[in-house]
Write a protein that binds this ligand. Structure first.
Ligand SMILES: Nc1ncnc2c1ncn2[C@@H]1O[C@H](COP(=O)(O)OP(=O)(O)OP(=O)(O)O)[C@@H](O)[C@H]1O
Ligand SMILES: [Mg+2]
Length: 638
C-alpha cells in the first residue's frame, strides 16, 4: 500500500499560509495589494483589536463577477498572470494566486464584490474548515470588501505567537503606511476600534505628496530633507532624502519602492549607505522615501514569498545609478537649502538639481528654475571611473584656489590676513563671476552671513539676513580641507608606487577570476594585480596614498565586495579615510583665534564646498537661528 497521500486542500493552504500569513499585518498587506491591483482609488481599512478580531478592507476597484468569487479563494487562481511571459513583466503587486486561499484557511473570511455591469453584488463565505465557498446575493457598490475575522482561530499554535493588540496594530499601521507612501493617487483611511488613525486624500501635486509624506513620516523628516528627481537611460529615481544631520539611530525611516512595490533589498541599501558614507556620523542611519521606476522586464519580483526582495537584471547599473544620484544630491546641499527650511518652518524642496554633473553652482540659483529636472547623460561608465570624475574634474575646483585660505593652508598654518577694507569688496574681487556690472551685493547673497565674533575659540558667531549662525570652526575647516584634498587627489591622477617585493595572495578560484576580470579597472586606480595561478594573485603596485595600509586585507575586502556587489569602493574608501584623517589633523584647532576676515573667508568657503554641512565624521558644522526664533525666545511681539 502506498505511504504517500495527497494533502487535503485545507492543509495544503494552511501550510502555504505559513509563508504568507504571519500576523494581522500580513493579512492587511495582501488585502491592500489586491485592492490596489483592482484599481481601487479609495481604500478603507477598518481594524478591531489589533486585527486579530476583525480586519476589513474595502475598495472601489473593478470588483469580481459571481463566477470569479469562489474561484478567487482557491489556490493558484489568479487573474493577474497567465503565462511565464506575463510573470517576466508583472506589473501587479500580486500574481501567485495564493493570498486569499491562504488567509481563508486560517480565518473566517467573507468576500463581497460587485463589478460595474453586474445588476447586483455577491458574497462568499469561507470558514477555514472545508474550503467550500457559499455564495449569496448582497447589496454592494462597485468594488470589493474583504472581511477577515478571528485570525488563526483554527491554528492555536500560530495564535500563540501573536503579540499585544498594540504591537500587532503598530505592525499593521506600518503596512498601511508603506502602501500609502507608494500610491499617491489612491486615498486611504485607516481606523482602529472605531477611531480614525489616518485619513489620506489623493495627492496629485508635489505639495500634496509632501503633505502625505509629512503626515506619515513626520514633519521633521520633510523639513530636513531634499527632493530629488533624476532620470537616465530608462531609470528614474525620485523622492526625498534626509539631510545627513537628520540621521537616525535605527534604520526605521527608510522606504524604497521599485515600480510602486515597496522592497528591502541589499543592493539598494548598500548603494544608499554608500552615498551617505562620507557625511554620516558613525553608526547612524539615513532616512529616505525613494521611488525607482524602470521597465518591469528588468526586475524580477518573484524571488521571495512576501515579495519584499527583488532581483535586478542589471544590478550593477541600478546600484550605480542610485549611488550616483544620491551622492550628487547630498554633495549639492548648501547652507541656503537648509536655511530656507528653517526660516519658513517648512521644507523648501529643490525640485531641480544642476543640469550638468560637474557644475557646482549654489543651489539657490537653480532652485528658482522650477520644474527643471536633472538629466545627466549617464554613460555606461564604471562606478569607480565616475567617482574619480565626479570628485576630480570639477571645473569649479577653481573655487578652492580663488578663496584660498585666509584662515590658513591645509597644513593648518595661518596666512597673512587680507587687509579687511570692506569684506564685500574683497569677496567681489575674488569672485568676479558672481556679480554683473555694478549690481550691489547684499547680505542675502551670503547664506552664512558675516562673522561678528569668535566664541571660546571654538565657534564663529555670524549674522545673516535672517538671524544668526553659529559655526564650529574646526569641523567646518576639516570638511573644506578634506574636500579640497580629494579634489586635488583625483584631479592630479592617482600616483602609484611599484612594490619592491610583489605580494602573492592565496585566494579562492572565484576571487582569482574576479581579480582577473577587473584588473584593468583597478589599474586606473593605481592598483596593479594579476592572476598568477588558479587560486593565487600577485600584487605589483599600489596607490601611493595607500602604501602604508595592510594591502592583503584591503585586496581581500575589495574582492569580496566585487563578488557581492559587482564592484568595490574599498580603494577609494581607504584613500578617503586617510585624507579625512589628514584633513582632521591639518585643520584649524579649537582655541586658535581667527581674525574677522579669516572667519569670513571660512564662511565663504563653506558656502562653496560640497557636503560642507557636516564634518568628515558626519557631525554638523553649523546651525542657524532666525530672528523669528530669537523673538520667540524672548517672548517678543506677543
Ligand atoms: N479586492 C479585489 N478586487 C477585485 N478582485 C480581487 C480582489 N481581491 C482578489 N481579487 C481577485 O482574486 C484573485 C486571487 O487573489 P489572491 O490575492 O489570492 O491572488 P493574487 O492577488 O492573484 O496573487 P497573490 O497571491 O500574489 O496575492 C486575484 O487574482 C483577483 O482576480
Ligand atoms: Mg493578492
Amino acid at each position: 500500500m502506498s505511504q504517500i497521500q495527497k494533502l487535503s486542500a485545507r492543509l495544503a493552504n494552511q501550510i502555504a499560509a505559513g509563508e504568507v500569513v504571519e500576523r494581522p499585518a500580513s493579512v492587511v498587506k495582501e488585502l491592500l495589494e489586491n485592492a490596489l491591483d483592482a484599481g481601487g482609488r479609495k481604500i478603507n481599512v477598518l481594524i478591531e483589536s489589533g486585527g486579530v478580531k476583525r480586519i476589513l478592507v474595502r475598495d472601489d476597484g473593478e470588483g469580481m463577477s459571481k463566477d470569479d468569487l469562489p474561484l478567487s479563494l482557491s489556490r493558484h487562481a489568479t487573474s493577474k498572470i497567465q503565462s511565464l511571459d506575463d510573470l517576466e513583466a508583472v506589473a501587479t503587486l500580486g500574481f501567485r494566486g495564493e493570498a486569499l486561499a491562504s488567509i481563508s484557511s486560517v480565518s473566517r473570511l467573507l468576500l463581497s464584490s460587485k463589478t460595474e455591469n453586474a445588476s447586483q453584488g455577491w458574497q462568499v463565505l469561507a470558514e477555514g474548515r472545508d474550503m467550500d465557498a457559499k455564495l449569496s446575493p448582497v447589496a454592494h457598490n462597485r468594488g470589493s470588501t474583504v472581511e477577515v475575522r478571528d485570525l488563526f482561530f483554527n491554528t492555536p499554535a500560530r495564535r500563540k505567537f501573536l503579540k499585544t493588540e498594540k504591537t500587532e496594530f503598530n505592525h499593521l499601521e506600518e503596512v498601511v503606511k508603506r502602501q500609502a507612501l507608494g500610491r499617491f493617487e489612491v486615498a486611504f483611511e485607516l481606523s482602529h476600534n472605531n477611531k480614525v488613525i489616518h485619513n489620506l486624500r489623493v495627492a496629485p501635486g508635489l505639495r500634496d505628496k509632501e503633505q502625505r509624506v509629512a503626515s506619515l513620516c513626520g514633519k521633521p523628516f520633510m523639513e530636513n530633507s531634499v527632493q530629488i528627481d533624476v532620470e537616465a537611460t530608462g531609470l528614474k529615481l525620485w523622492g526625498w532624502v534626509a539631510l545627513p544631520t537628520f540621521s537616525r539611530s535605527q534604520a526605521d525611516l527608510q522606504y524604497f519602492y521599485v515600480n510602486g512595490r515597496v522592497i528591502r533589498d541589499r543592493l539598494v541599501t548598500h548603494a544608499i549607505k554608500q552615498a551617505y558614507r562620507d557625511v554620516l556620523y558613525h553608526g547612524r542611519h539615513p532616512a529616505y522615501v525613494l521611488y525607482l521606476e524602470l521597465d518591469p522586464a528588468l526586475v524580477d519580483v518573484n524571488v521571495h514569498p512576501t515579495k519584499h526582495e527583488v532581483r535586478f537584471r542589471d544590478g550593477r547599473l541600478v546600484h550605480d545609478f542610485i549611488f550616483r544620484s544620491l551622492h550628487k544630491a547630498l554633495a549639492d546641499i548648501r547652507p541656503e537649502d537648509v536655511q530656507l527650511a528653517n526660516e519658513n518652518g517648512e521644507a523648501m524642496p529643490f525640485s531641480a538639481l544642476p543640469e550638468n554633473l560637474q557644475s557646482m553652482q549654489p543651489i539657490k540659483q537653480i532652485a528658482e528654475v522650477e520644474g527643471v529636472t536633472m538629466n545627466p547623460s549617464y554613460g555606461p561608465q564604471s562606478a569607480m571611473a565616475f567617482r574619480q570624475q565626479a570628485s576630480g574634474v570639477t571645473p569649479n575646483s577653481a573655487v578652492g584656489a580663488t578663496t584660498q585660505s585666509f584662515y590658513g593652508s591645509s597644513s593648518g598654518e595661518v596666512r597673512e590676513p587680507l587687509s579687511a577694507t570692506g569684506l564685500l569688496e574683497t569677496y567681489k574681487s575674488l569672485h568676479p563671476e558672481k556679480g554683473v556690472g555694478d549690481e550691489p551685493y547684499s547680505e542675502g547673497d551670503f547664506p552664512l552671513g558675516f562673522a561678528i565674533a569668535q566664541l571660546h575659540g571654538i565657534y564663529i558667531l555670524s549674522q545673516n539676513s535672517s538671524g544668526l549662525v553659529l559655526v564650529d570652526m574646526h569641523a567646518a575647516h576639516e570638511r573644506i580641507t578634506y574636500e579640497r584634498m580629494k579634489t586635488d587627489f583625483y584631479r592630479d591622477g592617482i600616483q602609484a608606487q611599484p612594490l619592491l617585493v610583489p605580494i602573492s595572495l592565496a585566494v579562492s578560484t572565484k576571487e582569482a577570476a574576479v581579480a582577473e576580470d577587473c584588473a584593468s579597472e583597478l589599474e586606473k586606480f593605481g592598483l596593479l594585480m594579476e592572476r598568477s595561478g588558479p587560486e593565487s594573485i600577485t600584487i605589483r603596485q599600489v596607490p601611493v596614498i595607500l602604501q602604508n595600509v595592510d594591502t592583503d586585507l584591503l585586496v581581500r575586502d575589495l574582492l569580496s565586495d566585487m563578488i557581492e556587489h559587482g564592484y568595490s569602493d574599498q580603494l577609494e574608501a581607504k584613500a578617503n579615510e586617510l585624507m579625512s584623517t589628514m584633513a582632521c589633523h591639518g585643520s584649524v584647532r579649537a582655541n586658535r583665534s581667527l581674525t574677522i576676515p579669516e572667519m569670513n573667508a571660512l564662511l565663504r568657503d563653506m558656502e562653496e564646498t560640497e557636503r560642507s554641512g557636516q564634518c568628515n565624521h558626519g557631525r554638523p558644522t553649523w546651525t542657524a537661528m532666525s530672528l523669528k526664533e530669537l523673538d520667540k525666545l524672548f517672548l517678543r511681539g506677543r
